[in-house]
Design a protein around this ligand. Structure first.
Ligand SMILES: Cc1cc2nc3c(=O)[nH]c(=O)nc-3n(C[C@H](O)[C@H](O)[C@H](O)COP(=O)(O)O)c2cc1C
Length: 508
């Protein structure tokens, strides 16, 4: 989850109370429906340029845990999304932790972040800066990004959406005007300011999404996880010229590329808008790409902590076998992948769907006491899965059930194999104990969650699927003991992805 990809939209439909359309005065009168300041951007010069949408970068300046910034940015993005003449790129500074000494070391992650952020700033025709007020000024992360770059800001308009206490962030904006002038940027007089808003002011039921139920469920799961882990989310839609996903082609006015791309953006935006703003708010950035879904999605997920994909459910097993996007991502992603099914999961809990009723359902932080179940077979992969499951359970404030399956595949002559069987049972218990003890040691002798150990005399996939019946999440390693390292098809993890009644995390 980081990140990975673009224009935001957290459901905001109604503006927060006390929004003012002027940044020039600190006595802004409350209005409803404050217009986004996108109309004030300079018009492109040539006829060719005039035909393309304005490239607007939305810079989200607050980065602290529990920040309101994503909800405010989502409100702005919701308005910008309704316009065909604007292409919004959301630059959430929480996803770009720039070094404060402005000296990125070549080859290190900060260097990549500095480069990517620079390219995206350079690609913008203009900026809208979303800023809170901290101690009568603006956040340090904003100063850092302004100072780190130079030509990227030159001769471009900068608009403001500010918020804070009684000041509505207007003192932060006044300071930013002086700073941006030093970078040859031109600040826009009019702005929007929210006085004393809360996340609830920006939450509203969005329109019903038009993406598939599975992709909407995956997005909702990702947004909830983003809220739990305080991470931004990128919602990505990849379309290809041969008709996938069908919703894009249903929505398009014509089959030309521009029309399809516009339809793809609309489908994604509507899907994002149907997901309720969680508390704390999460910044959702939208990214639309054309091409082959698996490589495009994995490219977008570069640098992310987690990829979440939707799967249509058990009936779609043939697609999985035939090489679906889901299978491709699970097979090739170098990072953890969570597979979420559309509609209601078989345990009776809502997995998140595209319909409005579900979008209005319980938000993120509603308590789900079901455990996280993890398969442990003693392999290095399953140890990573156990480590990840403990972290996932900790952010959910629930328990982990670590399941180790052992199987003596000789049903006849039980008398002969009785001793052998009990030796195997003891070995199974030792394997599970060793794995759990390793993780306990990593946590300094005590886990942040309750952990229950369970050894089961059965095949691994059957044991895990049974264990997942009352789980909110099943966690498995991408490979284990059994010789299927390179061939996911037929593996335990594949069986779990195909048949589990709850979301499945496949950990590398
Ligand atoms: C360190 C800090 C300093 C603040 N100083 C001011 C201030 O001087 N004036 C004001 O109106 N609000 C002030 N506030 C309130 C914030 O503007 C408000 O909580 C806002 O929601 C913070 O944005 P964020 O949640 O995106 O970080 C301050 C908040 C923080 C955390």
């Amino acid at each position: 989850m980081p990140p990975s990809t673009p224009p935001t939209t957290l459901t905001p439909a109604a503006p927060a109370p006390a929004a003012s359309t002027t940044a020039a005065s600190t006595t802004a009168a409350p209005t409803t429906a404050a217009p986004a300041p996108v109309a004030t951007m300079t018009a492109p010069a040539s006829p060719d340029e005039a035909a393309r949408p304005l490239a607007l970068a939305l810079v989200v300046g607050s980065v602290r845990a529990g920040r309101l910034g994503p909800a405010v940015a989502g409100w702005f993005a919701g308005h910008a999304r309704d316009r065909d003449d604007v292409h919004l790129d959301v630059l959430d500074l929480a996803a770009f932790p720039l070094p404060s000494d402005m000296a990125a070391v070549p080859g290190t992650p900060p260097e990549r972040l500095v480069r990517e952020l620079g390219e995206r700033l350079a690609a913008a025709d203009g900026f809208v800066v979303v800023t809170p007020e901290y101690n009568h000024s603006y956040p340090a992360a904003l100063k850092n990004v302004i100072d780190t770059y130079r030509e990227e800001w030159f001769a471009k308009p900068v608009g403001f959406v500010s918020y804070g206490g009684v000041s509505g962030g207007l003192r932060a904006v006044e300071h930013l005007r002086a700073v941006f002038a030093e970078q040859h940027a031109v600040t826009v007089r009019d702005g929007v300011s929210f006085h004393g808003p809360s996340a609830a002011d920006f939450a509203a039921d969005g329109p019903a999404g038009r993406g598939s139920p599975a992709s909407a469920a995956a997005l909702r799961w990702a947004v909830d996880e983003g809220a739990r882990r305080r991470l931004p989310v990128t919602a990505a839609l990849v379309w290809d010229a041969v008709g996938e996903p069908p919703a894009v082609f249903d929505q398009a006015d014509g089959a030309d590329r521009v029309g399809l791309e516009r339809a793809a953006r609309r489908v994604l935006a509507d899907t994002v808008a149907a997901v309720r703003v969680p508390d704390p708010a999460v910044l959702v950035t939208e990214r639309v790409a054309e091409g082959s879904p698996v490589p495009e999605l994995l490219g977008i997920a570069t640098g992310a902590r987690l990829v979440v994909v939707g799967e249509r459910g058990p009936g779609a097993l043939h697609r999985l076998v035939a090489g679906s996007v889901c299978q491709g991502v699970v097979h090739h992603a170098p990072l953890p992948v969570v597979v979420v099914r559309g509609g209601t999961d078989r345990s009776g809990q809502s997995a998140g769907t595209a319909d409005a009723a579900d979008a209005a359902g319980p938000a993120t932080t509603s308590v789900d006491e079901r455990p996280v179940v993890v398969g442990v077979d003693g392999s290095a992969g399953s140890l990573r899965a156990l480590r990840w499951a403990v972290e996932a359970a900790a952010v959910r404030k629930t328990a982990v059930r670590a399941v180790h399956a052992w199987h003596l595949d000789v049903p006849a002559y039980p008398g002969i194999y009785a001793d052998f069987g009990s030796a195997l049972a003891e070995q199974a218990q030792r394997t599970l104990d060793d794995a759990v003890n390793t993780i306990i040691a990593e946590h300094g002798g005590g886990l942040p969650v309750q952990l229950v150990k369970e050894t089961v005399a059965d095949g691994a996939a059957r044991a895990l699927l049974r264990g997942a019946a009352d789980a909110q999440l099943l966690v498995v390693g991408s490979r284990g003991h059994g010789g299927f390292a390179e061939l996911l098809l037929g593996s335990v993890s594949h069986q779990c992805v195909a048949h589990a009644p709850c979301p499945v995390a496949v950990i590398r």
